[in-house]
Write a new protein. Structure first.
Length: 117
């Protein structure tokens, strides 16, 4: 496990929850982007041999796949079981989330290109 990720995960969760209080679309885009960052950092932290570039692609595919899955009722049904599940699976498709996920994974990916991880 990587200690930097262990520190970053609760910080990202806290900032993500606070960002939902930002006004309008800004709050939606920031919290969505931070969700992708959280998935990326979580993967990179839990799977020690995983490179950031791989964590970037996996997290982006997870987020996009989950968003497209929201075109069905499956995520909404799962989310109805518990409030925390709503934060993970969401409830409805929103096209603006797709580029927001990309924005969320770019900072760590960019950082990884400039340092040896």
């Amino acid at each position: 496990m990587r200690w930097k990720g262990l520190v970053a995960i609760p910080v990202l969760v806290g900032i993500g929850l606070l960002s939902q209080k930002l006004p309008g679309m800004l709050g939606e885009v920031v919290s969505t982007a931070l969700y992708a960052t959280l998935v990326q950092v979580g993967l990179w932290t839990v799977v020690p041999r995983l490179k950031i570039s791989s964590a970037t692609w996996i997290s982006l595919l997870w987020c996009w796949g989950l968003e497209l899955c929201q075109l069905t009722t499956i995520p909404r049904d799962i989310s109805a079981l518990h409030p925390l599940l709503r934060l993970i699976f969401g409830t409805s498709f929103d096209a603006k989330d797709l580029p927001a996920y990309l924005l969320g994974v770019l900072p760590l990916w960019g950082w990884s290109r400039s340092v040896d991880t």
